[in-house]
Ligand binder design. Structure first.
Ligand SMILES: [Mn+2]
Length: 191
């Protein structure tokens, strides 16, 4: 069965459309926030997950709505693509360096969605704020039903955010991989 999911969300603040394909790595991403686009391309590239995304939003008010609604849309499309989660590896982790920065990430595709963050991403790159970096992962975790632990150390804010996305991507790649037949839980279900 195809592991695909799509989600469309249109409000007075944003207009988001996303298609996820867990088994066909191909991406095309458009958002009005260039650094956010760069981060989502990084996520697609290093997770091997196909992401087709078009996001429009009222960034003249604040980038917050667009980042939040994009995370909701990706999270819900990802959850649909994962389906009953039969046969997936479930857990994934990564420790990745990028120049002077390092990120540690662990994910559990449990059906729950807790995000725990350790690090300092205060500041902003162009109009992408560190607080929206945290808000993206928090929203994505909840909507996708994936527990995400992310720890980042470093100095350069661009490196810190980028290596955070890379570590999450590499951890997620392993976690969504099909490696067996049953559901990997003593409960017999993930969700
Ligand atoms: Mn970069």
């Amino acid at each position: 069965m195809a592991r695909k999911g799509r989600y469309e969300r249109k409000t007075k603040e944003t207009d988001i459309s996303v298609r996820i394909d867990l088994d066909f790595a191909d991406y095309e991403i458009s958002t009005p926030i260039p650094f956010f686009t760069h981060m989502l391309e990084t996520l697609a590239k290093h997770s091997g997950i196909g992401i087709k995304l078009t996001a429009k939003g009222d960034v003249e008010v604040d980038e917050h709505h667009t980042v939040e609604d994009t995370a909701i849309a990706i999270g819900r499309a990802l959850s649909k693509a994962l389906g009953d989660k039969k046969g997936i590896e479930r857990f994934g982790h990564a420790i990745l360096p990028m120049d002077e920065s390092v990120a540690i990430c662990g994910v559990d595709v449990s059906g729950r969605g807790v995000f725990r963050f350790e690090g300092d991403v205060r500041g902003e790159i162009k109009n992408f704020k560190g607080e929206n970096f945290i808000h993206f992962f928090d929203t994505l975790a909840r909507e996708a039903g994936i527990n995400i632990y992310l720890e980042i150390k470093g100095f350069n804010l661009h490196h810190k955010m980028e290596v955070g996305f890379k570590a999450f991507a590499v951890a997620l790649k392993d976690a969504v991989k099909v490696s067996g037949e049953g559901v990997r839980s003593t409960k017999g279900s993930l969700g």
